[in-house]
Design a protein around this ligand. Sequence first.
Ligand SMILES: [Zn+2]
Length: 199
Amino acid sequence: MLRSKHRTGLTVGGLLILGIAIPPFPWQLIPATAQQPALSSQQLAAAEAQRNEPPYVPKTKAELRRQLTPMQFKVTQNAGTEPAFRNQYWNNKRAGTYHCIVCDQPAFESTAKFESGTGWPSFFQPIDPKAVGYQNDFHLAFPRIEVHCSRCNAHFGHVFDDGPAPTGKRFCMNSASLNFYEGGAAKQETDTTAVVSQP
Ligand SMILES: [Zn+2]
């Protein structure tokens, strides 16, 4: 056994060394993935300042229950999933922009929407890499990557690696998480031949 006479000094020194050895920045511990991480609160505040928007103030659950339909609340707040083919935008072929239903941040454009055959609105990329955040989802037998709004954390859906060019990604979203603004996109959807009018 080592003598304990010098323990105080050694301990202090050891702690100091340990303090330096431990990664001082928590974000260094986040594993790097191919996915775009959510923005930090500082980055979000900077982005909002650039757009001259006031910082986002999260709404209470009571406010959200008043603002959203039960399905919108279930999907965005409890990571629910709406029925395939029985949702608002799965077959929407109009040109425009899809915003977060909770905080109205732009999330996807019709120019990146494609026919996935799943019955949910599908995109090969978000409107901006910083518009969405990602999180590992182990709720099913196979792991998935959950996608949410980078501003308010509303659940959007999941992203898979079986999408079309140019990204190879399939952002499988819930219509209930989105609000469509017609005419917000500059270009028409690229992979469709006919524009189907909506009821
Ligand atoms: Zn949002």
